[in-house]
Design a protein around this ligand. Structure first.
Ligand code: FES
Length: 569
């Protein structure tokens, strides 16, 4: 008598009375005894008027419910917070752990036998998987799906790689104010997540590779009928999981599953944020990931998916080409196909019925990769003792080995105030350095690592420069950009010690990022360093909790007290 409505009873000191009371209340909503005796599938409702990436959630919920009931279980919807990239101050990353805690505690508190996690916008699925991994009840993910492609003056557009590209054109005065306004209305032509291989698409693809969502669920566009059918099928599967008690996240999130996700991350040319989020998810399990694993896997994994920002197509086209199952057929020798899958069998079973689309060019064969090495590399050096990440797939080849003079900005605000100053002493060969933009420094590790090219250089046609910071970058962005420098400057990492005029050397082949000053000078600067003051907002509440407990980027920026007690990578 411990499943369905009978589980997790509220404590009144009399279990029979607790059940009696619970049933009395829920019957107020018109449920019958037959309905209430069924296994219960919880469905997270992350709809919000502030979250267009989740605009189809009400429709998806209806279809999931249909699937659950067709399979003889009882669907129960419950809300959690919802986070959209552009509607989260100071950053969505600041709120990811709050959503993870909300999701975890609701799954634990409510009498659900399994749960369908409906998410999509960048931080939401990572937060949901983190929470589900810790609650460890049977869980299946349903992404909201990517938005459609937009069109402007004969070219295709997708948020938000093209948002950045067009904004760069406008800043460089190569696009008129009138045109940028029209393009603004064309970049997001439907609900759903960003249509390029940004963070949301990266996470959805990795979720498929982890074995936590049904095959094909990453790429079906948000507004397609197939997305609704995917929701129904997910509901059916969740009902089977509720009846059969499994599998649980702890059975799926194995070392092999994480490796499968990293192979996929590298092969899709995925977002650097994929590293932070996957590390945070792994940190909730007994199988944490060492940062070097991403690099090690990347050396053997080619980029095969030709999507923006690394390539040229959009998620809609990836779907038409066969999506993740088709990609995985190309990667079979690199994957653990015997990894357990939420669909019931193994990953190998899940991708068996892939669609082979003749003539498609979006998913490349192994003998004609887009890049021979994976999209992401891990750097170390005296500037990043605990590591940094660079998306080499989206960087300029000529800057892969580069030495230049540092031009330092002390914060995001300082960078914003001075970057376009005509008097700024900067050339195209310099290296732009920004600090105090990490998990603690900003706070919330904003996606500000995509430091804009100074206006006067943009007007001269400069499209890329080496830029380094302890910030993150949107998965939709591109450029030679070193991110996630750990430890961050706000806790005294070496980035805090760099001064304008220092020489910095980036050597991607050697996986190094170094400031060319000697140890004695580094030590002297370290003794002079003062930590930045704690912002007033962090005197209380969630901000205080966040600043006191957030971990560094190499550990995924989870709170230290939420990580699995088994230890660190
Ligand atoms: Fe939601 Fe890009 S803003 S996925």
């Amino acid at each position: 008598m411990s499943n369905g409505l009978r589980q997790g009873l509220t404590s009144y000191g009399d279990t029979e009375f607790s059940l009696f009371l619970r049933k009395a209340f829920i019957k107020g909503m018109g449920y019958s005894d037959d309905a209430l005796d069924r296994p219960i599938v919880g469905i997270t409702d992350t709809y919000s008027d502030f979250n267009p990436c989740h605009g189809n959630v009400p429709q998806l919920i209806e279809a999931v419910k249909r699937g659950v009931m067709l399979a003889g279980a009882m669907p129960m919807v419950f809300p959690t917070i919802s986070i959209h990239e552009s509607f989260a101050f100071p950053t969505s990353m600041f709120l990811r752990n709050l959503m993870a805690m909300d999701t975890e505690e609701m799954i634990r508190a409510l009498p659900v036998d399994s749960v369908v996690l409906i998410g999509g916008c960048d931080k939401t699925i990572p937060a949901q998987i983190m929470g589900a991994a810790s609650a460890d009840k049977p869980a299946i993910v349903l992404p909201t799906g990517p938005m459609l492609v937009g069109h402007f003056k004969g070219e295709q557009l997708g948020a938000c790689t093209d948002c950045r590209r067009l904004w760069g054109e406008f800043r460089g005065e190569r696009m008129s104010g009138e045109d940028i306004d029209v393009a603004n209305g064309r970049l997001v032509p439907s609900v759903g997540t960003c249509g390029v291989m940004g963070t949301a698409s990266t996470i959805s693809c990795m979720t498929e590779a982890l074995g936590l969502s049904l095959p094909g669920s990453a790429s079906v566009p948000a507004v397609h009928a197939d997305r609704i059918r995917m929701a129904e099928a997910t509901g059916k599967r969740a009902a089977e999981m509720a009846k059969g008690a499994g599998p649980k996240p702890s059975e799926i999130l194995t070392e092999a599953a994480f490796r499968n996700a990293i192979v996929t991350l590298q092969a899709i040319g995925g977002s650097t944020n994929g590293v932070v989020h996957l590390s945070a998810i792994a940190g909730r399990t007994k199988n944490p990931i060492a940062l070097e694993t991403y690099d090690e896997v990347g050396r053997d994994t080619p980029v095969l998916v030709d999507l923006k920002p690394t390539g040229q197509h959009y998620m809609e086209h990836f779907h038409q080409a066969g999506g993740v199952p088709r990609l995985m057929q190309e990667l079979k020798d690199l994957l653990a196909l015997d990894a357990k899958h939420v669909a019931g069998g193994t990953l190998g079973d899940a991708i068996r019925n892939f669609e082979d689309v003749a003539g498609q060019t979006v998913i490349r064969p192994r003998n004609a990769p887009l890049k021979s090495e994976g999209g992401l590399v891990v750097l170390r050096g005296n500037l990043a003792p605990r590591g940094a990440v660079l998306k080499q797939g989206a960087a300029a080849a000529k800057l892969m080995q580069h030495e230049g003079r540092a031009v330092v900005f002390d914060s995001v605000a300082d960078m914003t105030a001075r970057i376009d100053d005509p008097a700024l002493d900067v050339t195209a060969d310099d290296i732009l350095v920004m600090r105090n933009a990490g998990p603690i420094g900003a706070p919330g590790m904003p996606e500000a690592g995509y430091i804009p090219i100074p206006k006067k250089l943009a007007q001269q046609g400069v499209k890329d420069m080496v830029r380094i910071s302890d910030a993150r970058m949107s998965g939709t962005a591109f450029g030679t950009i070193v991110l996630h420098i750990s430890p961050e400057s706000a806790v005294g990492g070496p980035l805090a010690l760099v001064r304008t005029g220092d020489r910095i050397r980036l050597d991607v082949k050697a996986r190094r990022i170094d400031v060319l000053i000697d140890d004695a000078e580094m030590k002297k600067r370290q003794t002079e360093w003062q930590p930045p003051p704690v912002p007033e907002v962090a005197q209380r509440g969630y901000a205080k909790l966040y600043l006191e407990h957030v971990q560094q980027a190499d550990e995924g920026c989870d709170f230290d007290f939420l990580a699995h007690p088994s230890g660190k990578p």
